[in-house]
Design a binder for this molecule. Structure first.
Ligand code: KIV
Ligand code: ZN
Length: 389
Protein backbone atom coordinates (compact mmCIF):
# COMPACT_ATOMS: atom_id res chain seq x y z
CA UNK A 1 0.00 0.00 0.00
CA UNK A 2 1.50 3.34 -0.99
CA UNK A 3 1.82 6.19 1.48
CA UNK A 4 -1.26 8.39 1.49
CA UNK A 5 -3.63 5.69 0.23
CA UNK A 6 -7.08 5.78 1.78
CA UNK A 7 -7.69 2.61 3.78
CA UNK A 8 -11.12 0.98 4.15
CA UNK A 9 -12.53 -0.72 7.24
CA UNK A 10 -10.97 -4.02 6.22
CA UNK A 11 -7.49 -2.51 6.14
CA UNK A 12 -7.49 -2.73 2.36
CA UNK A 13 -7.21 0.26 0.03
CA UNK A 14 -10.53 2.08 -0.37
CA UNK A 15 -11.43 3.21 -3.88
CA UNK A 16 -14.00 6.00 -4.33
CA UNK A 17 -16.59 5.73 -7.08
CA UNK A 18 -18.18 8.80 -8.60
CA UNK A 19 -21.33 7.99 -10.54
CA UNK A 20 -22.03 10.27 -13.48
CA UNK A 21 -25.08 8.47 -14.90
CA UNK A 22 -27.16 11.61 -14.31
CA UNK A 23 -24.67 13.94 -16.01
CA UNK A 24 -22.40 12.26 -18.57
CA UNK A 25 -24.80 9.34 -18.83
CA UNK A 26 -27.65 11.68 -19.64
CA UNK A 27 -25.52 13.06 -22.47
CA UNK A 28 -26.27 9.78 -24.30
CA UNK A 29 -27.59 10.88 -27.70
CA UNK A 30 -31.37 11.07 -27.63
CA UNK A 31 -31.75 10.80 -23.85
CA UNK A 32 -33.39 13.45 -21.65
CA UNK A 33 -34.66 12.79 -18.15
CA UNK A 34 -37.34 14.58 -16.20
CA UNK A 35 -36.18 16.00 -12.84
CA UNK A 36 -38.34 13.49 -10.96
CA UNK A 37 -36.75 10.59 -12.83
CA UNK A 38 -33.30 11.92 -12.06
CA UNK A 39 -34.23 12.03 -8.40
CA UNK A 40 -35.47 8.42 -8.51
CA UNK A 41 -32.16 7.28 -9.97
CA UNK A 42 -30.16 9.38 -7.49
CA UNK A 43 -31.97 7.76 -4.56
CA UNK A 44 -31.16 4.33 -5.98
CA UNK A 45 -27.52 5.32 -6.43
CA UNK A 46 -27.42 6.44 -2.81
CA UNK A 47 -28.77 3.02 -1.76
CA UNK A 48 -26.19 1.39 -3.98
CA UNK A 49 -23.51 3.16 -1.96
CA UNK A 50 -21.70 5.29 -4.53
CA UNK A 51 -19.45 7.86 -2.89
CA UNK A 52 -20.44 10.73 -5.18
CA UNK A 53 -23.45 11.29 -7.38
CA UNK A 54 -22.86 13.72 -10.20
CA UNK A 55 -26.41 15.01 -10.39
CA UNK A 56 -26.15 17.20 -13.46
CA UNK A 57 -24.94 20.39 -15.09
CA UNK A 58 -27.15 23.07 -13.48
CA UNK A 59 -26.47 25.85 -15.98
CA UNK A 60 -27.87 23.73 -18.84
CA UNK A 61 -31.57 24.33 -18.15
CA UNK A 62 -34.12 25.20 -15.53
CA UNK A 63 -35.20 21.60 -15.13
CA UNK A 64 -31.59 20.49 -14.76
CA UNK A 65 -31.05 23.09 -12.03
CA UNK A 66 -34.20 21.93 -10.23
CA UNK A 67 -33.14 18.30 -10.51
CA UNK A 68 -29.72 18.99 -8.98
CA UNK A 69 -31.29 21.05 -6.20
CA UNK A 70 -33.86 18.32 -5.40
CA UNK A 71 -31.15 15.64 -5.39
CA UNK A 72 -28.92 17.75 -3.13
CA UNK A 73 -31.86 18.14 -0.74
CA UNK A 74 -32.91 14.47 -0.67
CA UNK A 75 -29.59 12.63 -0.79
CA UNK A 76 -27.59 12.57 2.40
CA UNK A 77 -25.41 9.48 2.35
CA UNK A 78 -23.57 10.19 -0.90
CA UNK A 79 -21.83 13.40 -1.88
CA UNK A 80 -23.85 15.33 -4.48
CA UNK A 81 -21.62 16.98 -7.04
CA UNK A 82 -22.57 19.12 -10.04
CA UNK A 83 -20.71 20.15 -13.17
CA UNK A 84 -19.50 23.62 -14.13
CA UNK A 85 -17.26 25.15 -16.75
CA UNK A 86 -14.75 27.66 -15.41
CA UNK A 87 -17.35 30.43 -15.85
CA UNK A 88 -18.75 32.31 -12.82
CA UNK A 89 -22.34 31.82 -13.98
CA UNK A 90 -21.85 28.02 -14.04
CA UNK A 91 -20.23 27.99 -10.61
CA UNK A 92 -22.92 30.25 -9.13
CA UNK A 93 -25.61 27.84 -10.39
CA UNK A 94 -23.92 24.94 -8.60
CA UNK A 95 -23.72 27.02 -5.42
CA UNK A 96 -27.42 28.00 -5.74
CA UNK A 97 -28.37 24.36 -6.23
CA UNK A 98 -26.79 23.58 -2.84
CA UNK A 99 -24.59 20.80 -4.15
CA UNK A 100 -21.95 19.50 -1.72
CA UNK A 101 -19.23 19.60 -4.31
CA UNK A 102 -18.44 21.09 -7.68
CA UNK A 103 -16.85 19.43 -10.68
CA UNK A 104 -15.05 22.13 -12.65
CA UNK A 105 -13.60 21.26 -16.03
CA UNK A 106 -11.63 22.82 -18.81
CA UNK A 107 -9.74 21.20 -21.65
CA UNK A 108 -5.96 21.05 -21.50
CA UNK A 109 -5.13 19.44 -24.85
CA UNK A 110 -3.71 21.58 -27.65
CA UNK A 111 -6.45 20.19 -29.92
CA UNK A 112 -9.26 21.46 -27.68
CA UNK A 113 -7.53 24.72 -26.77
CA UNK A 114 -6.93 25.56 -30.43
CA UNK A 115 -10.14 24.37 -32.12
CA UNK A 116 -12.75 24.62 -29.39
CA UNK A 117 -11.73 27.04 -26.66
CA UNK A 118 -9.54 29.28 -28.83
CA UNK A 119 -7.49 29.96 -25.73
CA UNK A 120 -3.77 29.85 -25.07
CA UNK A 121 -2.24 27.57 -22.44
CA UNK A 122 -1.80 30.59 -20.11
CA UNK A 123 -5.46 31.59 -20.52
CA UNK A 124 -6.62 28.04 -19.73
CA UNK A 125 -4.39 27.89 -16.68
CA UNK A 126 -5.69 31.26 -15.41
CA UNK A 127 -9.33 30.34 -16.02
CA UNK A 128 -8.91 27.05 -14.17
CA UNK A 129 -7.12 28.57 -11.18
CA UNK A 130 -9.61 31.45 -10.88
CA UNK A 131 -12.58 29.09 -11.05
CA UNK A 132 -11.19 26.74 -8.42
CA UNK A 133 -10.28 29.62 -6.08
CA UNK A 134 -13.74 31.11 -6.48
CA UNK A 135 -15.48 27.79 -5.75
CA UNK A 136 -13.23 27.14 -2.75
CA UNK A 137 -13.99 30.59 -1.38
CA UNK A 138 -17.65 29.44 -1.27
CA UNK A 139 -16.77 26.41 0.82
CA UNK A 140 -17.34 23.77 -1.85
CA UNK A 141 -15.39 20.56 -2.21
CA UNK A 142 -13.74 20.94 -5.60
CA UNK A 143 -12.98 18.26 -8.13
CA UNK A 144 -11.14 19.54 -11.20
CA UNK A 145 -11.17 17.66 -14.50
CA UNK A 146 -8.68 18.29 -17.23
CA UNK A 147 -10.84 17.54 -20.23
CA UNK A 148 -9.01 15.58 -22.94
CA UNK A 149 -6.21 15.12 -20.41
CA UNK A 150 -5.02 11.99 -22.16
CA UNK A 151 -4.25 13.90 -25.37
CA UNK A 152 -2.66 16.78 -23.46
CA UNK A 153 1.05 17.46 -23.19
CA UNK A 154 1.79 15.59 -19.91
CA UNK A 155 4.09 18.38 -18.69
CA UNK A 156 1.38 20.98 -19.24
CA UNK A 157 -1.18 18.71 -17.58
CA UNK A 158 1.02 18.40 -14.51
CA UNK A 159 1.57 22.17 -14.47
CA UNK A 160 -2.19 22.82 -14.53
CA UNK A 161 -2.86 20.18 -11.89
CA UNK A 162 -0.15 21.60 -9.61
CA UNK A 163 -1.60 25.12 -9.84
CA UNK A 164 -5.06 23.72 -9.20
CA UNK A 165 -3.91 21.90 -6.07
CA UNK A 166 -2.16 25.08 -4.93
CA UNK A 167 -5.49 26.89 -5.42
CA UNK A 168 -7.12 24.41 -3.03
CA UNK A 169 -8.71 21.72 -5.23
CA UNK A 170 -9.51 18.52 -3.37
CA UNK A 171 -9.57 16.11 -6.28
CA UNK A 172 -7.94 16.02 -9.70
CA UNK A 173 -9.42 14.06 -12.55
CA UNK A 174 -7.72 12.74 -15.66
CA UNK A 175 -10.44 12.68 -18.33
CA UNK A 176 -9.94 10.28 -21.22
CA UNK A 177 -12.55 12.27 -23.08
CA UNK A 178 -12.35 10.45 -26.40
CA UNK A 179 -11.37 7.07 -25.00
CA UNK A 180 -7.92 6.80 -26.55
CA UNK A 181 -6.05 5.25 -23.66
CA UNK A 182 -5.06 1.65 -23.11
CA UNK A 183 -4.33 0.14 -19.70
CA UNK A 184 -0.52 0.37 -19.60
CA UNK A 185 -0.57 3.94 -20.90
CA UNK A 186 -3.21 4.93 -18.35
CA UNK A 187 -1.16 3.36 -15.57
CA UNK A 188 1.86 5.34 -16.76
CA UNK A 189 -0.07 8.64 -16.78
CA UNK A 190 -1.50 8.08 -13.29
CA UNK A 191 1.99 7.42 -11.92
CA UNK A 192 3.39 10.43 -13.80
CA UNK A 193 0.78 12.74 -12.27
CA UNK A 194 1.21 11.30 -8.78
CA UNK A 195 4.98 11.61 -8.95
CA UNK A 196 4.94 15.16 -10.26
CA UNK A 197 2.00 16.89 -8.58
CA UNK A 198 2.74 17.67 -4.94
CA UNK A 199 0.16 18.28 -2.24
CA UNK A 200 -2.91 16.89 -0.65
CA UNK A 201 -5.35 15.67 -3.29
CA UNK A 202 -7.15 12.59 -4.49
CA UNK A 203 -6.57 11.49 -8.06
CA UNK A 204 -9.45 10.33 -10.21
CA UNK A 205 -9.94 9.03 -13.74
CA UNK A 206 -12.88 9.44 -16.12
CA UNK A 207 -12.81 7.00 -19.03
CA UNK A 208 -14.83 6.80 -22.22
CA UNK A 209 -15.32 3.61 -24.16
CA UNK A 210 -14.52 4.54 -27.75
CA UNK A 211 -12.14 1.58 -28.09
CA UNK A 212 -13.96 -0.64 -25.62
CA UNK A 213 -11.33 -0.16 -22.92
CA UNK A 214 -12.98 2.26 -20.50
CA UNK A 215 -13.33 -0.24 -17.68
CA UNK A 216 -9.91 -1.79 -18.25
CA UNK A 217 -8.35 1.68 -18.27
CA UNK A 218 -10.16 2.65 -15.06
CA UNK A 219 -9.03 -0.53 -13.32
CA UNK A 220 -5.44 -0.06 -14.54
CA UNK A 221 -5.53 3.51 -13.23
CA UNK A 222 -6.72 2.32 -9.82
CA UNK A 223 -4.09 -0.38 -9.67
CA UNK A 224 -1.50 2.28 -10.53
CA UNK A 225 -2.65 4.42 -7.59
CA UNK A 226 -5.71 6.42 -8.64
CA UNK A 227 -8.03 6.96 -5.68
CA UNK A 228 -11.27 7.29 -7.59
CA UNK A 229 -12.94 6.38 -10.87
CA UNK A 230 -15.95 7.88 -12.58
CA UNK A 231 -18.49 5.58 -14.17
CA UNK A 232 -22.08 5.28 -15.29
CA UNK A 233 -24.59 2.52 -14.67
CA UNK A 234 -24.74 0.17 -17.69
CA UNK A 235 -21.95 2.25 -19.26
CA UNK A 236 -24.41 4.80 -20.69
CA UNK A 237 -22.92 8.05 -21.99
CA UNK A 238 -21.72 10.06 -24.96
CA UNK A 239 -20.89 8.08 -28.14
CA UNK A 240 -19.76 4.58 -27.06
CA UNK A 241 -20.45 5.52 -23.46
CA UNK A 242 -18.53 5.79 -20.20
CA UNK A 243 -16.87 3.12 -18.11
CA UNK A 244 -19.62 0.97 -16.57
CA UNK A 245 -19.58 1.69 -12.85
CA UNK A 246 -20.85 -1.77 -11.89
CA UNK A 247 -18.02 -3.37 -13.86
CA UNK A 248 -15.34 -1.14 -12.31
CA UNK A 249 -16.75 -1.83 -8.84
CA UNK A 250 -16.82 -5.59 -9.36
CA UNK A 251 -13.31 -5.70 -10.83
CA UNK A 252 -11.89 -3.54 -8.05
CA UNK A 253 -13.55 -5.61 -5.35
CA UNK A 254 -13.33 -9.14 -6.74
CA UNK A 255 -10.16 -8.98 -8.84
CA UNK A 256 -7.97 -6.34 -7.18
CA UNK A 257 -9.37 -7.11 -3.73
CA UNK A 258 -9.67 -3.45 -2.74
CA UNK A 259 -12.66 -2.02 -0.90
CA UNK A 260 -15.49 -0.02 -2.47
CA UNK A 261 -18.64 1.36 -0.85
CA UNK A 262 -20.97 -0.50 -3.24
CA UNK A 263 -23.74 -2.76 -1.94
CA UNK A 264 -23.34 -5.28 -4.70
CA UNK A 265 -26.70 -6.96 -4.16
CA UNK A 266 -28.40 -3.72 -5.33
CA UNK A 267 -26.62 -3.50 -8.68
CA UNK A 268 -29.21 -5.31 -10.76
CA UNK A 269 -32.13 -3.15 -9.60
CA UNK A 270 -30.22 0.08 -10.31
CA UNK A 271 -29.27 -1.25 -13.73
CA UNK A 272 -32.91 -2.10 -14.48
CA UNK A 273 -34.11 1.34 -13.41
CA UNK A 274 -31.51 3.15 -15.51
CA UNK A 275 -32.30 0.95 -18.50
CA UNK A 276 -36.03 1.69 -18.16
CA UNK A 277 -35.80 5.45 -17.61
CA UNK A 278 -33.09 5.94 -20.25
CA UNK A 279 -34.98 3.71 -22.71
CA UNK A 280 -31.77 1.78 -23.40
CA UNK A 281 -31.91 -2.02 -23.10
CA UNK A 282 -28.97 -3.76 -21.43
CA UNK A 283 -27.22 -5.96 -24.02
CA UNK A 284 -27.62 -9.64 -23.03
CA UNK A 285 -23.87 -10.22 -23.12
CA UNK A 286 -23.07 -7.19 -20.95
CA UNK A 287 -20.76 -8.04 -18.03
CA UNK A 288 -22.28 -8.29 -14.54
CA UNK A 289 -25.87 -7.22 -15.38
CA UNK A 290 -26.56 -8.69 -18.85
CA UNK A 291 -29.20 -11.44 -19.03
CA UNK A 292 -26.53 -13.90 -20.20
CA UNK A 293 -23.83 -12.88 -17.71
CA UNK A 294 -24.60 -15.95 -15.61
CA UNK A 295 -26.36 -18.16 -18.21
CA UNK A 296 -24.94 -21.45 -19.40
CA UNK A 297 -25.90 -23.53 -22.40
CA UNK A 298 -23.02 -25.65 -23.60
CA UNK A 299 -23.07 -29.17 -22.22
CA UNK A 300 -19.52 -28.98 -20.90
CA UNK A 301 -20.18 -25.72 -19.05
CA UNK A 302 -23.51 -26.85 -17.60
CA UNK A 303 -21.91 -30.07 -16.38
CA UNK A 304 -19.19 -28.02 -14.68
CA UNK A 305 -21.54 -25.44 -13.18
CA UNK A 306 -23.94 -28.05 -11.84
CA UNK A 307 -21.04 -29.86 -10.24
CA UNK A 308 -19.56 -26.64 -8.81
CA UNK A 309 -20.47 -23.14 -10.08
CA UNK A 310 -16.93 -21.84 -9.64
CA UNK A 311 -15.94 -23.86 -12.71
CA UNK A 312 -17.58 -21.33 -15.03
CA UNK A 313 -18.66 -18.41 -12.83
CA UNK A 314 -16.05 -15.96 -11.55
CA UNK A 315 -18.44 -14.73 -8.84
CA UNK A 316 -21.72 -15.98 -7.44
CA UNK A 317 -24.55 -14.34 -9.45
CA UNK A 318 -26.46 -13.57 -6.24
CA UNK A 319 -23.62 -11.28 -5.16
CA UNK A 320 -24.70 -8.77 -7.78
CA UNK A 321 -28.43 -9.45 -7.56
CA UNK A 322 -28.43 -11.81 -10.55
CA UNK A 323 -29.51 -15.46 -10.93
CA UNK A 324 -27.92 -18.40 -12.65
CA UNK A 325 -29.77 -19.65 -15.75
CA UNK A 326 -29.34 -22.99 -17.43
CA UNK A 327 -30.35 -22.48 -21.04
CA UNK A 328 -31.31 -25.46 -23.15
CA UNK A 329 -30.40 -25.49 -26.82
CA UNK A 330 -28.36 -27.10 -29.57
CA UNK A 331 -25.18 -26.99 -27.45
CA UNK A 332 -26.76 -28.66 -24.46
CA UNK A 333 -25.68 -31.99 -23.05
CA UNK A 334 -27.45 -34.58 -20.94
CA UNK A 335 -26.79 -32.76 -17.68
CA UNK A 336 -28.99 -29.84 -18.75
CA UNK A 337 -31.88 -32.12 -19.62
CA UNK A 338 -31.51 -34.01 -16.34
CA UNK A 339 -31.59 -30.64 -14.58
CA UNK A 340 -34.72 -29.54 -16.48
CA UNK A 341 -36.54 -32.81 -15.90
CA UNK A 342 -35.78 -32.71 -12.19
CA UNK A 343 -36.95 -29.11 -12.11
CA UNK A 344 -40.21 -30.29 -13.71
CA UNK A 345 -40.51 -33.06 -11.12
CA UNK A 346 -39.88 -35.80 -13.69
CA UNK A 347 -37.56 -38.74 -13.06
CA UNK A 348 -34.65 -38.19 -15.52
CA UNK A 349 -34.59 -41.65 -17.06
CA UNK A 350 -31.82 -42.08 -19.64
CA UNK A 351 -34.20 -42.88 -22.49
CA UNK A 352 -36.31 -39.75 -21.83
CA UNK A 353 -33.20 -37.58 -21.52
CA UNK A 354 -31.82 -38.89 -24.83
CA UNK A 355 -35.08 -38.41 -26.70
CA UNK A 356 -35.58 -34.85 -25.43
CA UNK A 357 -31.99 -33.92 -26.21
CA UNK A 358 -32.29 -35.38 -29.74
CA UNK A 359 -35.37 -33.26 -30.48
CA UNK A 360 -33.79 -30.10 -29.12
CA UNK A 361 -30.65 -30.62 -31.21
CA UNK A 362 -32.74 -31.30 -34.32
CA UNK A 363 -34.55 -28.01 -33.79
CA UNK A 364 -31.25 -26.20 -33.16
CA UNK A 365 -29.84 -27.55 -36.41
CA UNK A 366 -32.65 -25.90 -38.35
CA UNK A 367 -32.08 -22.62 -36.50
CA UNK A 368 -34.94 -22.85 -34.01
CA UNK A 369 -34.28 -21.39 -30.57
CA UNK A 370 -36.25 -23.24 -27.93
CA UNK A 371 -38.02 -21.31 -25.21
CA UNK A 372 -38.81 -22.68 -21.75
CA UNK A 373 -42.33 -23.25 -23.00
CA UNK A 374 -41.03 -25.28 -25.98
CA UNK A 375 -38.94 -27.45 -23.69
CA UNK A 376 -41.89 -28.25 -21.49
CA UNK A 377 -43.89 -29.14 -24.58
CA UNK A 378 -41.12 -31.34 -25.99
CA UNK A 379 -40.73 -33.13 -22.66
CA UNK A 380 -44.47 -33.76 -22.44
CA UNK A 381 -44.63 -34.92 -26.07
CA UNK A 382 -41.76 -37.34 -25.54
CA UNK A 383 -43.35 -38.76 -22.41
CA UNK A 384 -46.89 -39.04 -23.73
CA UNK A 385 -45.90 -40.43 -27.13
CA UNK A 386 -43.60 -42.95 -25.51
CA UNK A 387 -41.26 -41.91 -28.31
CA UNK A 388 -38.27 -42.43 -26.13
CA UNK A 389 -38.21 -46.19 -26.29
O1 KIV B 1 -15.41 13.31 -20.89
C1 KIV B 1 -15.12 14.37 -20.33
O2 KIV B 1 -14.08 14.97 -20.57
C2 KIV B 1 -16.07 14.91 -19.39
C3 KIV B 1 -15.60 16.06 -18.56
C4 KIV B 1 -16.66 17.01 -18.25
C5 KIV B 1 -14.91 15.51 -17.35
O3 KIV B 1 -17.14 14.39 -19.22
ZN1 ZN C 1 -17.12 12.35 -20.08
Amino acid sequence: MAQGDVVGVSGRRYVRLLDTTLRDGEQTPGVALKPEDKLLIALKLEELGVDSIEAGFPVVSDGEFRAVKAIAKEVSNSEVIALARTRREDIDKVIDADADAIHIFIATSDIHMKYKLRMSREEVLDAAVNAVSYAKSHGLTVEFSAEDATRSDPDFLVKVFQEIVNAGADRLDIADTVGVMWPSKMAWLVKFVKENVRGNYLLSVHCHDDFGMAVANSVAAIEAGADQAHGTINGVGERAGNAALEEIAAAVKFLLNYDVGIRFGRIKEVSDLVSKLFGIPVPPNKAIVGANAFSHESGIHVHGVLSNPITYEPIDPGTVGMSRRIVVGKHSGKHSIVYVLRYMGIEPRDDIVNAVLKKIKELGDIGVRVSEEDIRRIVMEVITSGGFE
